[in-house]
Design a protein around this ligand. Sequence first.
Ligand code: ZN
Length: 493
Amino acid sequence: MDREDRDVKCSLAEAKQRKDDTREKSSPPQLTPARQRQKTQQKQASEEGSKVVEESVSPELTSWIKLNAKDLKIRLTDRRWAAEVVNDFRDNLLKFLRCNSDQPFFQSADFLNSGSYFEKVKIHSPDEFDMMLKLQAPTRLNMTELDGGLFYRIDLARPTQSPIRAFVLENGCTLSSNKILSEMYRLVRKFLKTYKVPDEGFRWEVNRKRLHSPAVTLSLCRNEICSDELISVDLVPALEVHSSQGWPLAVRNGPDVDNWLGKKVRQEIRSLPCFFVPKRLKGRSLSEEAKESWRISFSHVEKKLIRSHGNKKTCCESNATKCCRKQCLMLLKSLIEGLKQRFPKELDHLCSYHGKTVFLHTLSIRFDDSMWARQQLPACFLHLLRAMESHARTGLLRHFFAPNCNLFSPALFPRRALAFLVSALEEQRREGLPLLRHPVSPLRLMSPSGDTSSEISTDKSSMLTTVPSLDTAFMYTLVLLFAVAVVCVLLYM
Ligand SMILES: [Zn+2]
């Protein structure tokens, strides 16, 4: 989610048009050029989509994809121990914040369950957790857009005596993202002075602050001097703007889910509160206000969309109506992780949020539940993969909630990296997706829970994945053997 950044400026005319659209609900909305382009693109993609599903997938690839989807499911059991440790940390931190009188603004904090651990699509590592700490803005705020709709300056609409005033800049109204994040660091450090991990022999460490990260990152390590990180937690303070204030203009229309989930759900989504996380805009020689920027976060909505994803309201509620959407997302994330491990430098700009964005666009285009039938998993996943490839090839991946932001714009994703991504994805498809399989995390090798099922799955996957290129080599050998056999047969004939 770290790179769901920014790009194209939203013109005043477009902004006004959007405002008019929201007012005139009875008449069909007039499309802005951006929306029109999106619609045309969606139509094309939809037409392509139906073709792809009809295309046959080889039996080898079918079983390879199914095998990996099954393995991802097994991995979910690995996280039991990690989840217990993290939940204990979370509960005690919250108790501490509520009783800690030296920072009253954090006393009303609460956790917002977001991030993929709670969406149940965290992939290989049971060892990465995201948590958002909800901080309530007590008063009306003015949100000023700093780019295409993701980054904002936040000002208090009027002076206040509430504890939030400790985080305001000298001008008396701008809310400082740096001050909030620094305070979060201070509070976590203070908490850790007295907190003990329930499993003796482990400790939490606060990582060094990173310039563009909105999170306080913690690592769980063994009590040895040079211990590897076993669990990583990103703790992100998130400022909650009351829903009565509405979403900022650039995102006010809400995501385009009309065909997929219906207009009513879109309205519901737009009535949810919005959140801002303390994240600094990228770039050099930033103005003072840009250094105090906040980025809007939709992870609570994303969670809702991924959980209730059916076009009919009954999808995945019983075994009879289960679809393969979530599995497709897990596989795509898995491949992205695999690609990033294999090409860390070349694909540094790629992150799982790109996959999630492609997934959400694909869901809103291929909205019918029957297009995601469980047994269609291999074809559906390949379709999703082609969609990713096509976004990369055209250099256009609109942020799902802020369509004027292109996540594949040259400013956010250098052209060379994008070209590399296109060829890497092509290669994966050509070679039968060898990078779907992924090396194991230190936590899984350790298997602290003594859970045999996790040990079995660890053994299996470590055998298959220690050297990712082995899979490719093995496939080449098979092809070669087959070719030799054919030649022999032909010679004897
Ligand atoms: Zn479903």
